[in-house]
Write a protein that binds this ligand. Structure first.
Ligand code: GLA
Length: 339
């Protein structure tokens, strides 16, 4: 029996920058999705989503479109085959402990674990992990219908144990960044509002960013001139301002962490949240309530994490801050791997 694990991720800062040629600072967490796999004669894939009690059966050689979790499995098989991996019949079963819709990337966790499991069943060598992240991203874009960027897949596949990674989405260069938390804690707390990429505002924001790029004559928003961006019609001016200021906050966060200045790190989380709420219009009332509750409990900073429009809130707690019910400590954990 082959077993592979794909972690979910927390993004410390740098939200909605990945598809805009910008910067982000994620890390993998110790929760994620585990896939069990074994070869199956006959050329069929039999996949079981244990947490849902559902099964999907389809020919490995010709997966057809499907909705929901089936799109991830069929898409991963199809994209691996398109990349030349000889995926044949297999029995798959998976379960996870990253809640779907929590903004902690259960999707990338599933894609990464499926890839590693299917590669192992096929006896194929693991390709370059950045290429694998791109393959997973194609599953998300072309099979699931969410126009997501590369943040989650790179975080799940290329994170480093004990460190965050600064990603430059133009060069795809990764730089490890220490997280000297001492007796401070990073926690996530679910807002209770589930975020759904394909149906939510995510694809709409991507279209707005494309429109802004077209108007400015730039390839990606991170290359925009701030004055020219400020002259765009609303709301494109605010979308561009979010991207430009968020990129700057990523490097300010890297500097704060290198300096061990955790109050400054907290202030940057707050500034990121304000920008996502006011300039990117990516918040919802449940998220605002959760941020407010965390600040009342003594957080040094708190912000929505992931695509927004619901999902979890990330907070930095100094010693002595109250740990609200349902809050989960998060720390940088190893990337996707065979178990
Ligand atoms: C989701 C997407 C990522 C990224 C974030 C926002 O998690 O999957 O590609 O765009 O939203 O930073």
């Amino acid at each position: 029996m082959i077993r592979a694990f794909g972690p979910g991720r927390v993004n410390l800062i740098g939200e909605h920058t990945d598809y805009n040629g910008g910067l982000a600072l994620p890390f993998a967490i110790d929760r994620g999705v585990t896939v069990e796999a074994e070869p199956l004669a006959g050329g069929e894939i039999r996949a079981e989503a244990r947490d849902l009690g559902e099964t999907d059966v389809f020919p490995a050689a010709a997966p057809e479109r499907a909705a929901g979790w089936r799109a991830f499995v069929r898409g991963t098989v199809a994209e691996l085959r398109a990349a030349g991996v000889p995926v044949a019949g297999a029995r798959l079963a998976f379960s996870g402990d990253v809640p779907v819709g929590s903004g902690l990337s259960s999707s990338a966790a599933l894609e990464a674990a499926l890839c590693l499991a299917l590669l192992a069943v096929a006896g194929a060598e693991e390709p370059d992990r950045t290429e694998l992240a791109k393959l997973c991203s194609r599953v998300e874009n072309d099979w699931v219908g969410a126009e997501t960027g590369l943040l989650d897949q790179l975080a799940s596949l290329r994170s480093r144990d004990g460190e965050a990674i600064r990603i430059d989405f133009i060069t795809l260069a990764l730089e490890p960044v220490p997280l000297p938390l001492g007796d401070w804690r990073l926690i996530t707390l679910e807002s209770g509002a589930e975020h759904v990429h394909a149906a939510g505002g995510y694809n709409e924001r991507r279209a707005e960013c494309r429109a802004a790029c077209e108007a400015l004559g730039v390839e990606h928003l991170s290359a925009a001139d701030p004055d020219a961006a400020a002259a765009l019609p609303a709301p494109l001016d605010r979308r561009a301002r979010h991207v430009l200021t968020e990129n700057a906050r990523v490097d300010a966060m890297v500097a704060a962490l290198h300096a061990g200045d955790l109050p400054a790190a907290g202030a940057l989380l707050d500034a990121s949240h304000a920008s996502l709420r006011d300039d990117y219009d990516a918040s919802v009332p449940a998220v605002e309530d959760t941020v407010a509750a965390l600040m009342r409990a003594g957080a040094a900073g708190a912000r929505m994490v992931g695509g927004g429009f619901g999902g979890s809130v990330l907070a930095l707690l100094p010693p002595g801050a109250e740990l609200l019910a349902g809050a989960t400590a998060v720390a940088p954990a190893p990337p996707a791997r065979r178990l």
